[in-house]
Design a binder for this molecule. Sequence first.
Ligand SMILES: Cc1cc2nc3c(=O)[nH]c(=O)nc-3n(C[C@H](O)[C@H](O)[C@H](O)COP(=O)(O)OP(=O)(O)OC[C@H]3O[C@@H](n4cnc5c(N)ncnc54)[C@H](O)[C@@H]3O)c2cc1C
Length: 402
Amino acid sequence: MDLYAGFPFWLIKNPLYNYVNEVKDRMHTDVAIIGSGITGALVAHELCASGISCAIFDKRAVSTGSSAASTAQLQYEIDVPLFKLLEKIPEKPAVIAYRASLQSISDIEQVFRKAKIDAEFQRRSSLFLASDKKGCKEIKKEFLTRKKYGLPVNLLEHEELQQTYGINRLGALWNEEAAQMDAYRSAILLLQYNQRRHDLRLYPYTRIAKHEAVRNGYVLHTDDGKQISCHYLIVAAGYEAGQFLPRKVMDLSSTYALVTEPLRPDQLWHDESLIWETALPYFYLRVTADHRIMMGGEDVPFRNERLRDALLSRKTKRLLEKFAGLFPHIPVHCDMTWCGTFSSTKDGLPYIGAYPGSPNLFFALGYGGNGITFSMIAAQMIRNKLKGVKDERESVFGFDRK
Ligand SMILES: Cc1cc2nc3c(=O)[nH]c(=O)nc-3n(C[C@H](O)[C@H](O)[C@H](O)COP(=O)(O)OP(=O)(O)OC[C@H]3O[C@@H](n4cnc5c(N)ncnc54)[C@H](O)[C@@H]3O)c2cc1C
């Protein structure tokens, strides 16, 4: 699959981790991870830190899948607002999902802080705008629901929003618990850290064509005929994981993003908050470490790559128009644009954990707008499973959830 097209900012900003390592025929590893994106990197990190030996295989250059195209906002709000999630699933798992997502932002921060890796992780506040009257009703409902469950949230009425942000909208939800990062750089640096510290083995340019269940584990077949045996197989193959999944769990769609040329910090909005809104198609924005405005959204519900790419210019023009509607006084010049494939699930929750009936096969699929927070959760859940530690999140994100 062609995961993205155009000029993803992070791929231009960061050097390629131009690492090559050939698989020896009939190699063995205790744990094999398919995918070297931010999910595979976090999973490997958690396993290595627990003394579990693993190897990562990726068909591309290191970490150059979707993680390189991500706008990398970290928010505890999952795709479905809590009040709506409570209409879809029981109270307990819905609240656990939100709390786990909130906790994962601090956990990501800790991973990079402890490893002394500059992941461009920056704490930010999150501003969720009501786009219209319907949105205003929804944020008020969401405010009361999140308050009820002790989740951090504040309601800004029109006047306060106007005064603080200069934004003319009916209201917004605000919290201080969000963050942002460079997911591509983070994944690469974390992999390098574990290569140095824990002898993590990394095999880019190695496509796993099929996997075969054997007694005591799996045999992976590369597309050039090599075989890798493993006791546990972890699929962190992002939006291309369908190849390894016995049933479809996600819908693929397309999304668009751009960065502007850098601005002076005084030209930007209060707090450089992450901003998003209730209206669809989705629109969101953040500020990069070098003071560019990065914005994205305009999602379309298909993954046809030719059609997706053909819309790039029209969709990014639309993003700029939306920005001008929000901040007419901030002059921006678009620098790079890109588009990518994206996926969502019916309940807005990711799929993480062992596949029913296949106890040695794990999936770390952080689907949805909060893929990266889910990557962290997946890494911890899989580590816990391999270490025999009970994890209440299994019943929320697992394949056999209700
Ligand atoms: C434009 C855009 C904006 C986004 N914005 C956000 C955001 O603001 N916040 C957020 O949390 N998330 C966001 N996401 C989602 C987020 O980027 C993803 O959830 C995350 O990057 C997924 O990481 P991953 O490691 O699971 O997948 P990837 O980075 O795609 O890594 C999977 C790897 O698996 C490899 N692979 C696949 N199949 C095989 C195979 N058969 N053999 C070997 N290797 C294989 C691929 O080559 C790939 O490198 C965004 C996504 C896009 C496209």
